[in-house]
Design a protein around this ligand. Structure first.
Ligand code: 13P
Length: 252
């Protein structure tokens, strides 16, 4: 396990999954982690509608909760949107912004994502900013270029490590069972680290860089052991407590 660098974070992104019947999973996770000393922070990001219920199930545990997206404004005429301040009130300590599913399905640009990340930071929460190349871009040898452009475009000025997390999620690895090789992950994460130093100065060194895309118990140890990989953003495998625990256990 690469123990150097910032304290890792393992965050579960439930996406549009979960109902009240699923509350048993965080309850189970909390019970399974009760006496485990972890070298990482753990977070679950359920759909907003059940956030408060999940928060209440996790009361008294170290497991944090996060949101999956937010508007950049604190309030106003934005039908269907949720503000960072509202998510904070519901108990969130972080909010994911710029997930590739938002970029693709909702046409979000780096500019939109930067505004959203700024809003999250204004509320005093941590913005988990997602970046990553498509398969076409990787095949064309443009991965590092794309990642640089997304970082420069979406990380707000004056961001600090306490309020910023980068999640590198190659679009082609999300929900496909495919992952980059460990060498490819290490290459991109080293590049992100270098870019963060340019954008954030010294804070860039302390900023967590997560890997996301088909992380599961069977590949987590290898992926998480790469330099500059400071945890994981997990989709499918975060929905079942036993699978999520299998990933989290890398940090015991
Ligand atoms: P999967 O772990 O299901 O591939 O999803 C990754 C992801 O998009 C997390 O945000």
């Amino acid at each position: 396990m690469a123990s150097e660098g910032p304290r890792p974070l393992v965050a579960g992104n439930w996406k549009m999954n979960g109902s009240l019947t699923m509350l048993k999973e965080p309850r189970l996770l909390a019970a399974m982690l009760k006496d485990v000393r972890l070298k990482a922070d753990v977070m679950v990001c359920p759909p907003a509608i059940i956030l408060r219920r999940v928060k209440s199930v996790l009361k008294g545990t170290k497991i944090k909760v996060g949101g999956q997206d937010s508007h950049w404004n604190p309030s106003g005429a934005h039908t269907g949107d949720i503000s960072p301040e509202m998510l904070k009130e519901a108990g969130c300590s972080a909010i994911i912004v710029g997930h590739s599913e938002r970029r693709t399905n909702h046409g979000e640009t780096d500019e939109t994502i930067q505004k959203k990340a700024k809003g999250v930071q204004r509320a005093g929460l941590t913005a988990i900013i997602c970046i990553g190349e498509t398969l076409e871009e990787r095949k064309a040898g443009k991965t590092l270029e794309v990642v640089s452009r997304q970082l420069k475009g979406s990380v707000p000025e004056n961001s600090d490590a306490a309020h910023t997390v980068i999640a590198y999620e190659p679009v082609w690895a999300i929900g496909t069972g495919l992952t980059p090789t460990t060498a490819e992950v290490a290459e991109v994460h080293a590049h992100i680290r270098k870019e963060l130093a340019a954008i954030m100065g010294a804070e860039g060194t302390a900023t967590r860089i997560l890997y996301g895309g088909s992380v599961k118990p069977s590949n987590a140890a290898e992926l998480m052991s790469q330099p500059n990989v400071n945890g994981a953003l997990v989709g499918g495998a975060s929905l079942k407590a036993a699978d999520f625990l299998g990933i989290i256990k890398v940090y015991t």
